[in-house]
Design a protein around this ligand. Sequence first.
Ligand SMILES: Cc1cc2nc3c(=O)[nH]c(=O)nc-3n(C[C@H](O)[C@H](O)[C@H](O)COP(=O)(O)O)c2cc1C
Length: 329
Amino acid sequence: MECCRGLRRPPAFALSYALLAPNPHNRQPWLIDLEKDNQFALYRDETRDLPHTDPYHRQIFIGLGCFLELMSIAATLRNKTAKIELFPEIPDDAVARVQLAEGGDVDPLADHILARRSCKEPFLDKPVPKDMAIALGGYGTVFTEDKEVDRIRALTWEAWLTEMHTHRTLKESVDLMRFGKTEINADPDGIDLGGPFLESLMLAGILTRENQLDPRTTGFQEGIKLYREMLSATPAYIALTTAENNRQDQIDAGRRWLRLNLETTRLGLALHPVSQALQEFDEMEPHYHRAHELLANPGETVQMLGRLGYGPETPPTPRWPLATRIMNE
Ligand SMILES: Cc1cc2nc3c(=O)[nH]c(=O)nc-3n(C[C@H](O)[C@H](O)[C@H](O)COP(=O)(O)O)c2cc1C
């Protein structure tokens, strides 16, 4: 009966939603210390960093921002208000301390938590309606004009090819691929390759870990073709920028991205982060520079770039259960 005491504490409700937050490569870099009945500390699990594609952990902190915002929205379903202190003095390695206070109204975006996705599919050849583009302008800069969309599309494609043809960054992703149901269930994180279509390619030997690392193979080339089609089928983009680029800015960008993703869900729109051009490794530098030219004012940092449009419904991605993310369970 001693087991899972923490899961009966009030924060567990909000945390069980928070772990559905979008996060880079689905690494789920969160660890929780349940300090008191209505209080917990959030830590970054450094074993889940992405040293090659995210050497300064910028994307990981954006994911932690998504987690905090989702937790805070979910808490309102129990009429609680999350009071978040970022980077408290004690302990000095915590990302945040959160207290759940009584009171507050339900956040209307809470209705869309379970349907939210990062939609990694081709979008319909259908424009994003003007009124929606204007409404989403409150979260970031929306790009819908043909010329600018073409330029951003070319950038995302070239940047993606650069990540694919840089062995160490490609390998970082391939190492995180989970091939089929058994691997996904054993490690419910990373890049889940499941479902009947991909599993039959695995059985036929076309989709394997080895050929995903070798650009000369048919399996690799098929993957490139699929990704090219997906990236091309994009009618609009949205970019989130910040004036500075400190940890607080990164957390704030994540909180904004999460709200944007719930809002697009509410509007029936699909959203898909495409982060390659924003990655900070040497080979990506020309695309990083171009991304900032196209998407930001001088001096700003582009924190997120997303494809925006109408996409198909997609299944949820896997998650580690809450009990495995609680340090003192
Ligand atoms: C900071 C950040 C960067 C991301 N970059 C990409 C990306 O470049 N390509 C991509 O397909 N998904 C990207 N994602 C989406 C994650 O892969 C996705 O959130 C994760 O797999 C969980 O899936 P879900 O959002 O559908 O729940 C990113 C998410 C975050 C928060």
